[in-house]
Design a protein around this ligand. Structure first.
Ligand code: NDP
Ligand code: 2IT
Length: 463
């Protein structure tokens, strides 16, 4: 596609400028049809804001009703999960698998177990996954699943019984060439093990139906680290494009889970200093930097299932701020790595005031929609999760390749491929942003680059 005069007209548009009329109409339909789904609505709105230049360029997308088709999932599976707790009581949870798009490959995306999970949240995550998976340039469709089951405080046997009950329904909807779930909040190697084991028992088939498996029985080396490593690689590429690097930078991060741990580990290796972690109870400020044994302590804190980071402050004798978020600490760059909407408008203003130069998302949509344009207009580089945290799903695809080829790769091989994929995603996003706007608009670059592959595929594959 060549850049037409109309796209040149939209070039440099402010993030909150008027939306293309076709995108605005589709957004309006979504908002009214699903008016109670606030997270899904916000995710669609953010993408619709970015697509003006390509819709100007190519009326075919409107003629083929691509936006209407892209904003509805291909299928939603909704089911109850009855199970028995340690006291012999019957418990019931609600669960979903949203199979959003199979245009680029089998449905692919994580599984979240958290009390806050609703269909709205899973739809927003599956929609976002569509653009993320497209950006990896790997053969991955998109999906997301989860349940309002909260693993914290549950015994290992209860977690196992829940995972098995969850699979009793889900197994019939997934498969290595159909839909390949993975982990997300509340779902790590232990839960994947229980789910995979039960799938195998029911289906009588040992197959690469999940990613994030233990390396002993089919998992890829480096998958646990991949999301956080990928975030660090992406941030380093952003800085490299501006003749800078992570070396010597001070960073704040939120969360203390899988993504936060990998991010701390790699960015420290690359010469940065991470000074915060956070949990639902508050945040820790470790001015000396989280390094060495402190990084591995994050893992045991997470595994304890205690839902708190105050333990870190007590163990290492550093300040803990109860009920607060880490965004008040002056840093060069901020990395939200916990959950959606955890960095609000006031946090963004505080970061700007403190001279923060970039916000790079490890979590999915952790920056509230109203905070994003404020950051961008203040000249803070903003990298959306769909680009910056794509290393997790990209490594999942490397796991699928190893499974289907019946082989294992070394961590060096996986790391090299991961680095290459993250560099490619960065360059694709940066170049697309430069073509349609200023090179700093990574949100626009991610949405357009992610959209184009899926939209072209939809046209190629017919109605
Ligand atoms: P984990 O369950 O390992 O960690 C999640 C972290 O967020 C925990 O520290 C958790 O604490 C904390 N948290 C949960 N709810 C809240 C809350 N309301 N306020 C503050 N902190 C909270 O999950 P991941 O690290 O895997 O996921 C983190 C983010 O990264 C999510 O947005 C996820 O979608 C995204 N992501 C994950 C990928 C992966 O491969 N795992 C890939 C790409 C993105 P606690 O459990 O104690 O509540
Ligand atoms: O949000 C995400 O990209 C994930 N939770 C990882 C998905 C995957 O299939 O590895």
């Amino acid at each position: 596609m060549t850049q037409s005069s109309s796209s040149a007209k939209t070039k440099g548009a402010k993030p909150n400028e008027a939306m293309h009329p076709y995108a605005a109409r589709v957004l309006e339909e979504i908002r009214s049809r699903y008016h109670w789904e606030r997270e899904f609505g916000a995710a669609v709105e953010e993408v619709m804001h970015s697509l003006g230049p390509v819709l100007d360029d190519s009326p075919v997308y409107e003629a083929e009703r691509i936006l209407e088709r892209l904003t509805e999932p291909e299928r939603i599976i909704c089911f109850q999960v009855p199970w028995v707790d340690d006291q012999g009581r019957v418990q019931i949870n609600r669960a979903w698998r949203v199979q959003w798009s199979s245009v680029l490959g089998p449905y692919k995306g994580g599984t979240r177990f958290h009390s806050s999970v609703t269909l709205d949240g899973i739809k927003f995550l599956a929609f976002e996954q569509t653009f993320k998976n497209s950006l990896t340039s790997l053969p991955l469709g998109s999906g997301k699943g989860g349940s309002d089951f909260h693993p914290a405080g549950r015994s290992p046997r209860e977690v196992m019984r829940f995972c098995q009950a969850f699979m009793n329904e889900l197994y019939r909807h997934i498969g290595p060439n159909t839909d390949v779930p993975a982990g997300d909040i509340g779902v790590g190697a232990r839960e994947i093990g229980y789910m995979f084991g039960h799938y195998k028992r029911i289906s009588n088939e040992f197959t690469g139906v999940f990613t994030g498996k233990s390396h002993d029985w089919g998992g890829s080396l480096l998958r646990p680290e991949a999301t956080g490593f990928g975030v660090a690689y992406f941030a380093n590429e952003m800085l490299r494009a501006r003749n800078d690097s992570l070396e010597g930078k001070t960073l704040s991060i939120s969360g203390f889970g899988n993504v936060a741990w990998g991010m701390v580990k790699k960015s420290t290796e690359l010469g940065a200093k991470v000074v915060t972690v956070s949990g639902p109870d508050g945040f820790v400020h470790d001015a000396d930097g989280i390094k060495g044994e402190k990084i591995e302590y994050l893992l045991s804190m997470r595994a304890s299932g205690r839902d708190r980071v105050e333990d870190y402050a007590e163990k290492f004798g550093v300040p803990f701020y109860a009920g607060k978020r880490p965004w008040s600490v002056p840093v060069d760059m901020a990395f939200p790595c916990a959950i959606q909407n955890e960095l609000g408008l006031d946090d963004a203003k505080q970061l700007i005031e403190n001279g923060c130069k970039a916000v790079v998302e490890g979590a999915n949509m952790p920056t509230a929609p109203e905070a994003v344009p404020v950051l961008q207009e203040a000249g803070v580089l903003y990298a959306p999760g769909k680009a910056a945290n794509a290393g997790g799903v990209a490594c999942s695809c490397l796991e699928m390749s190893q499974n289907s080829g019946h082989e294992y790769w070394t961590s060096e091989e996986v790391d090299q491929k991961l680095k290459r994929i993250m560099t490619n995603i960065h360059n694709q996003v940066h170049e697309t942003a430069e073509r349609f706007d200023t090179g700093d608009n990574y949100l626009l670059g991610s949405n357009i680059a992610g959209f184009l592959k899926v939209a072209r595929g939809m046209i190629d594959q017919g109605v």
